[in-house]
Design a protein around this ligand. Structure first.
Ligand code: ARG
Length: 458
């Protein structure tokens, strides 16, 4: 074991203690952020005349070399180091000697790790946002191609009113768009640099924190050094936003699983996105959708884990906070994979428009429109609701739809009915007459799809 501390110790750390305490096995992920932060730090140290130009140059050269050696696989994260920060510093001293010992001047691992995690999360926020954007592009493409692909809309998983695939997918467009807005606001709120906060109380060196912050692309430096090293709010916010992304993906997956079932047959998943059964030759299973739905649990788990870890920690840094990493990394990986695979799955999915339209015509999805017909011809809505209710009961008895009834049959329920009732309750009319903003008529959907395209331009 190679440690950064030891002066005040008379014994080596116990092996099991070291193994329990170490974080290199997972925080090596922060390696390039750690190097980036250290370079900014020493550039600032030199500008402030805290280290010499030669020392700064040697450190920057050493760090750059370590980075390329790791990237080329020449240098490995061997287990004798406690964490990525110790690894980098020890390797630097090995490479450049005494100048390397000055890198950590005016810095603590507490503000260092706070910075590394922020840099990592900030970059991943952008990556996840990019994934969501690609998903939205596919959704909008599907919307555009399915403006008049009729399907039943559901409430309580019971057929309710006719709608279209464009309209149904449009709902998910809004959800993932909000997810992107959430990520955007997290980015803004988190984008302040903690470096220069030291262990907790700042430092006596004349650091230029704003300079470091601007070098690293932050909006500015954080205001309170204790908060800087103790704050993991942005991780909680991220995991909360990612939990919501997963909740949306999971609902969508659930629908696709239902639509892909033998009973519904609304969609057909591409072979490349389905799996078979080892025993039942006829099976083509929606495993990807099921896994996305299943993986939602581990992202929620990450959120609850970090909330619980932080709730009892006194200010400022405590080692508990090392627990922020594995769950966050796992959640980010999971969400990126899920968005990517889900996008491919719906991009290649086929819609059975005939089955969907047929399904929309069964189950009295036009009952509201039949009632509205009576209302338009003078009957109060509550009475119309009663008349159509009785008519539906009659149709259920006879195993048919409203439009299958003869005009005489309809007139026996209300003499308001005329021949134009059939047109008024056709699938096309039911959809096209819904002209309010946000409703499924093609007029509205075309407007929304154009808006979506504009939105996706930047
Ligand atoms: N590995 C530690 C973490 O992830 C780095 C900070 C260590 N700081 C300390 N005071 N022990 O939190």
């Amino acid at each position: 074991m190679a440690q950064l501390w030891g002066g005040r110790f008379t014994k080596q750390t116990d092996d099991e203690v070291f193994a329990f305490n170490e974080s290199l096995s997972f925080d090596h992920r922060l390696f390039s952020q750690d190097i980036e932060g250290s370079i900014a730090h020493v550039v600032m140290l030199e500008k402030q005349h805290i280290i010499s130009l030669e020392e700064k140059d040697a450190i920057v050269r050493g760090l750059t070399l370590i980075k390329s050696e790791v990237e080329e696989g020449k240098l490995e994260f061997t287990s004798e180091y406690e964490d990525v920060h110790s690894f980098v510093e020890a390797r630097l001293i090995e490479k450049i000697g005494d100048a390397g010992k000055k890198m950590h001047t005016g810095r603590s691992r507490n503000d260092q790790v706070a910075l590394d995690m922020k840099l990592y999360v900030r970059e991943e926020v952008l990556n996840i946002d990019k994934g969501l954007k690609s998903l939205l592009e596919v959704i909008n493409r599907i919307m555009e191609e399915n403006i008049d692909t009729y399907m039943p809309g559901f409430t309580h998983l019971q057929k309710a009113q006719p709608t279209t695939v464009a309209h149904h997918f449009g709902a998910y467009f809004e959800m993932f768009k909000r997810d992107r807005m959430r990520l955007g606001s997290i980015y803004e709120r988190m984008n302040y640099c903690p470096l220069g906060s030291g262990a907790l109380a700042g430092t006596t060196y004349p650091l230029d924190r704003e300079y470091v912050a601007s070098m690293l692309g932050f909006e500015g430096a954080t205001n309170n050094s204790m908060d800087s090293v103790a704050d993991r709010d942005y991780i909680i916010e991220l995991l909360s936003a990612l939990s919501t992304v997963m909740m949306h993906l999971s609902r969508f997956s659930e629908e696709i699983i239902i639509w892909n079932s033998n009973e519904y047959r609304f969609v057909e998943l591409d072979d490349a996105y389905s799996t078979g059964s080892s025993i039942m030759p006829q099976k083509k299973n929606p495993d990807i959708a099921e896994l996305v739905r299943g993986k939602t649990g581990r992202v929620y788990g990450a959120l609850v884990s970090i909330l619980t870890t932080l709730k009892g920690i006194p200010l400022a840094y405590n080692k508990d906070m090392q627990e922020d990493k594995e769950v966050t990394f796992d959640a980010i990986d999971t969400v990126k994979d899920c968005i990517h695979l889900f996008t491919g799955m719906i991009d290649t999915m086929k819609f059975r428009s005939d089955v969907m339209a047929k399904s929309a015509m069964k189950g009295f999805t036009n009952a509201t429109d039949a009632a509205d017909y009576l209302v338009k011809n003078g009957m109060p809505f509550r009475d119309a609701h009663g008349v159509i209710g009785a008519l539906v009961l009659h149709c259920i008895d006879e195993d048919k739809s409203i439009e299958d009834c003869s005009i005489e049959e309809l007139k026996s329920f209300s003499d308001i009915f005329e021949e134009d009732i059939y047109e008024a309750i056709s699938l096309k009319t039911c959809v096209e007459k819904r002209l309010t903003k946000g409703a499924p008529s093609s007029v509205q959907m075309k407007k929304i799809i154009e808006m979506n395209k504009e939105y996706l331009k930047d």
